[in-house]
Design a binder for this molecule. Structure first.
Ligand code: KG4
Ligand code: ZN
Length: 338
């Protein structure tokens, strides 16, 4: 089965072609630079840019995969959660193309895409495992039994971890998206100057709360002169607090589940401090740990083609109605074939 995957939930247009037997054949991504000048994603501009870029990107990926569109056996597109206008561009394009080619289409949950992205790598994790999903919109610890069988063990009560990175970065005068910029600044920061709290670690809860860290960063910034070194030290203290908190919760989730396999995915899993600290912890605890390659941590079409393929192979597909779900709890998903 050869599946075209389309990702348009936010500000990246991602397209990929995945072959159930041969693996990933080609993928390409267009990141929208236009939002940087506004300091955040402008939904209407995102939708318009997806319209401009999606069709040429599909042509380009089909060409580099050496796959004619008529050879496709199915089309997968992100149907939510995300920005409604942006989602509708992918949904309308995916469904229309599927109808024209007379192949099935499948609506993919964006976070299921992230969750399954490490399965594109070799060696791939085997089920069951615990997934830490850390993106711009979500922070979740999920017990993953198999494709579509997910138990949410904990999630963010306020800002998602990527959102906290972005907001703190903005406060420190860094551009958008702020996560990678803050991580770069943190490399120049001293670890022993400021100590930020590790939220919700005073009790054995698996939920997260990162909005207080942003306020803590602001108060700390106001208490300094705001020089580059001050800001670097704050970035370092913020990142250390986030990474420590995520590590503590991962350890609790694995202990509670009795599992020893951890999968980490979503935009913030590209963070080098998080990756190296988790690798160290996994070694100490004798866990197996899996990350996607860096380009598949953040939004991409490959994870959508892969997740859609798992469901299409199991016989699941959609009616002709074009629908998108800006809000869509991951826990609502069921296993394919049910
Ligand atoms: O998964 P993703 O591409 O989109 C969503 O589904 O939200 O995640 C984007 C988020 C942004 O908040 C971005 O700042 C953050 O991931 N991010 C990072 C890094 N790379 C991306 N945060 C910290 N360190 C990074 N290296
Ligand atoms: Zn994402």
């Amino acid at each position: 089965m050869i599946v075209l995957g389309i990702e348009t939930s936010c500000d990246e247009t991602g397209v990929a072609i995945y072959d159930a037997e041969k693996g990933l054949l080609a993928h390409s991504l267009h990141s929208q630079p236009i939002h940087a000048e506004y300091g955040g994603v402008v939904p209407e501009l995102a939708s318009r840019d997806h319209i401009r870029k999606l069709t040429p990107l599909i042509r380009q990926v089909s060409c580099s995969a050496g796959v004619d569109l008529h050879q496709l056996n199915g089309i997968a597109y992100t149907a939510g959660p995300g920005l409604i206008g942006a989602l509708l561009v992918g949904a309308a394009t995916g469904r229309s193309l599927a109808w024209a080619l007379k192949v099935p289409s499948i609506a993919v949950h964006h976070m299921e895409g992230h969750l399954l992205a490490p399965l594109l790598e070799f060696p791939a994790p085997v089920f069951p495992f615990i997934a830490l999903l850390v993106s711009g919109g979500h922070t979740q610890l999920v017990r993953v039994h198999s494709v579509g069988r997910y138990t949410i063990m904990g999630e963010s009560l306020d800002d998602a971890v990527g959102e906290a990175f972005d907001k703190t970065a903005k406060m420190l005068g860094l551009g958008y998206p702020g996560g990678p910029a803050l991580a770069r600044l943190a490399e120049q920061g001293k670890s022993d100057r400021f100590h930020f709290p590790r939220p919700l670690t005073d009790r054995q809860a698996l939920d997260f709360s990162f909005s207080g860290l942003k306020t803590h960063a602001l108060n700390t910034l106001h208490a300094t002169e705001g020089h580059l070194q001050d800001r670097a030290d704050i970035a370092r203290a913020f990142q250390d607090a986030v990474v420590d908190t995520l590590l503590i919760k991962c350890r609790w989730a694995l202990e509670a589940s009795g599992l020893s396999r951890l999968v980490v995915s979503g935009g913030v899993s590209a963070n080098q401090a998080l990756r190296s600290r988790l690798h160290q912890l996994a070694q100490q605890q004798a866990w197996e740990i899996f990350f996607p390659r860096l380009e598949f941590c953040t939004d991409n079409g490959a994870m959508i083609a892969f997740a859609g393929c798992q469901r299409l192979v199991a016989g699941q597909s959609e009616s002709l109605n074009i629908a998108a779900r800006p809000r869509w709890p991951l826990g609502d998903l069921t296993a394919p074939g049910r």
